[in-house]
Design a protein around this ligand. Structure first.
Ligand code: HEC
Length: 101
């Protein structure tokens, strides 16, 4: 089957880190996961820390490749197949579409 193929490198940092980096334009902020940033709090608030790390909010910042969910799925009406993959620490979105779509 002849397909049109497209690849996109997904931004390696999430939106909030991008804002932080532009706010500190002179010196880009280092990307820090919530696990790392909140680790000092865990010394005295271990139970709260452990509970928080199980939430979506806690995992919504940091390097995207660390929590990337890889998947392949086909959009039936169009026949387009989408793939999300991690290669060498980079997250990619690829798709193949049937000719004419
Ligand atoms: C050296 C120990 C220690 C560290 C480290 C520490 N805390 Fe605390 N924290 C306490 C103590 C003691 C209290 C007061 C008693 C309590 O509410 O558990 C407290 C209270 C709090 C409260 C108020 C809780 C309430 O119910 O009113 C918050 C919020 C809080 N800490 C957040 C943090 C955060 C965020 C960090 C990390 C940046 C942190 N703490 C690091 C010891 C610590």
């Amino acid at each position: 089957m002849t397909c049109a193929r497209r690849s996109f490198k997904v931004a390696s940092i999430l939106f909030l880190e991008a804002i932080a980096m532009s706010a500190a334009a002179q010196q880009p902020a280092r990307v820090t996961s919530a696990q790392e940033a909140d680790a000092p709090c865990a010394r005295c608030h271990q139970q709260i820390y452990d509970s928080y790390m199980k939430t979506v909010m806690a995992n919504a910042s940091g390097r995207i490749a660390e929590n990337a969910v890889t998947a392949t799925f086909r959009h039936r009406p169009s026949g387009v197949e989408y793939r999300i993959s991690v290669e060498n620490g980079e997250v990619w979105l690829n798709y193949d579409r049937p000719r004419g779509v």
